[in-house]
Design a protein around this ligand. Sequence first.
Ligand code: AMP
Length: 394
Amino acid sequence: MQIDNTNFENKKVIIRVDFNVPLDEHFNVTDDTRIRAAVPTIQKVLKDGGTAILMSHLGRPKGKDDKFSLKHIISTLEKNIAQEVTFVDDCIGDKVKSIIDNSTNGDVILLENLRFYSEEKAGDENFAQQLSYLADYYINDAFGTAHRAHASTAVIAKFFPNDKCFGYLIEKEIISVDKVLNSDEKPLTAIVGGAKVSSKITIIERLLDSVDNLIIGGGMAYTFIKAQGGKIGNSLVEDDYLELALNIIKKAKENNVTLLLPIDTIIADDFNNNANTQLVAIDNIPEGWMGLDIGEKSSNLFKDTILDSKLILWNGPMGVFEMESFQKGTIDIALTLAKATENDAFSLVGGGDSVAAINKFNLGKKVSHVSTGGGAMLEYLEGKQLPGIAAILN
Ligand code: AMP
């Protein structure tokens, strides 16, 4: 069932949202992206004339703990949906049920943190069933936890065999990845960066079967450069992965994938924003120096390929973008992605720190889709079946 084809009139709809937002020391929400992302689904239920019952986790509480109460997000939620919210200080049981039974169409009810019960993460069936008693219909709109088989993200779905669907957020995430990985449009370019080859290897191997161009940057690039005999000084390297890096280069050739590695790099004499820096060829880094960003020639090389592409996937920064001295390569890629999108390419930024980077540079609105789910997006790109997705589809 699709959300747009469902009418929620007179229905009590329990929606698994991802309100796991950052709070400051006064418990103010410091980034409401995830709350904003849930608004379209909540409003669809309300507009149809249903009751929206919202459930989420917040942080990693060990049992009930006021610090992790979802009451801290009420005012931010109310601002975003422009209406009052009824907060219940529990998520299962008679009290919760009676508040929901006495609610009227158009009401929004926010349940207390699911993870106050250890049964949530354990995927406990009885707990999931108790949650299911609260509603007539289940919507999963929490992409960030879709890779977890928790009670509220997956197990609960079995109690709504015909009354369950994805919310708009998950729908968009799935459509975006499918568009990039399963479309016939070409050329398809993947840009993979970040710290380590080891954490991205499954994705890289999978991408080699579908992409036309694979751009590798960030810390992981130095393992590829060393594997080919380059001098990388003190740059990040995974010596256990040198052979694998060579295999990837070989497989790319066999699959007719153009593999692009950086050709120049900004090196530093310390892992520090104020370190001394130089721009050098990436395979000629002196001892005692480490590559912390790609250089301009690399940015331009990557730019030509990106601007030629119809579909673009970006995962992982090109350098240590958290430090101003080493953010230029990542900014250049983000700007190029924005330009390609303006020229009608479809661009997806997903998984990990490239999302943080694109938001840091305020370019999130200039690409086609920025994923909200870090780990979930990585696993989805790896081709794994996510329990939260499978529970709705099956
Ligand atoms: P990941 O979570 O694997 O996407 O990695 C992101 C992290 O990689 C960021 O914190 C970056 O600072 C780091 N990173 C990117 N390039 C480098 C580099 N050349 N050397 C060390 N760390 C890097």
